[in-house]
Design a protein around this ligand. Structure first.
Ligand SMILES: [Zn+2]
Length: 211
């Protein structure tokens, strides 16, 4: 009887130890499949709310920017890159608030997403802009890395210097990506398509992975 009780007690202890070991093993497995986020990137989702940005028919720059940004964030889920969006809904965020928000995140990089528009509808393609603040050289490099990755169906209009407010107040290497012209029928079709948006998001993600 006593032997039996000791046996049961031992058995319970073994079970407890096994449970603990299993728990530890599961934790290790989970941790090894959740990569550490070692790169923080703010994606500035331009415009929003009453500020539609460029608009052609019912297609707005604010929607395109959000859709691409959300695809990019989804791609980064299981990666070492932490993507933070300046807005995740159709809300208006002032430039001043964007600067303050970006500063708070202490990101390694910032990319502001836009879509262009022009009176001549034959004008098309994507272009990158960098500013001339403290991060001038690093921003230029970020633009050229992005440009190399942007192997998409739209033509490149190159990398340019600009004095946009967000670039002037950059707290990290920062660029503007004008993804294409909503005023151009081919660009517009590409920018509203799932495949086009995914291709742009993939290209940005690949470029960030390589940095
Ligand atoms: Zn814009």
């Amino acid at each position: 009887m006593l032997a039996n009780a000791v046996y049961i007690l031992l058995n319970q202890n073994i079970m407890k130890t096994l449970r603990n070991l299993l728990g530890a093993a599961l934790l290790i497995i989970t941790l090894s499949f959740t990569p550490t986020k070692n790169k923080t990137v703010v994606i500035d989702v331009s415009h929003g709310g009453h500020d539609h940005g460029q608009q052609e028919h019912s297609i707005t720059e604010k929607d395109i920017a959000l859709q691409v940004a959300q695809k990019l964030q989804a791609l980064s889920q299981d990666s070492s890159i932490k993507i933070i969006l300046t807005r995740d809904s159709d809300a208006f965020v002032s430039l001043k608030d964007r600067v303050a928000f970006i500063e708070k995140q202490k990101p390694h990089y910032m990319i502001s997403l836009h879509a262009n528009g022009y009176k001549d509808e034959s004008t098309s393609g994507y272009e990158l802009f960098y500013g001339d603040g403290d991060y001038h050289e690093a921003s230029k490099k970020l633009a050229s890395n992005l440009s190399e990755s942007l192997n998409i169906d739209l033509q490149s209009r190159g990398i340019k210097k600009a004095s946009f407010y967000l670039l002037k107040n950059a707290v990290c290497p920062s660029v503007f990506l004008e993804m294409g012209f909503l005023s151009n029928p081919e660009d517009r079709a590409y920018l509203i398509s799932e495949s086009g948006q995914t291709a742009i998001a993939m290209a940005i993600f690949k470029s960030l992975e390589q940095l």
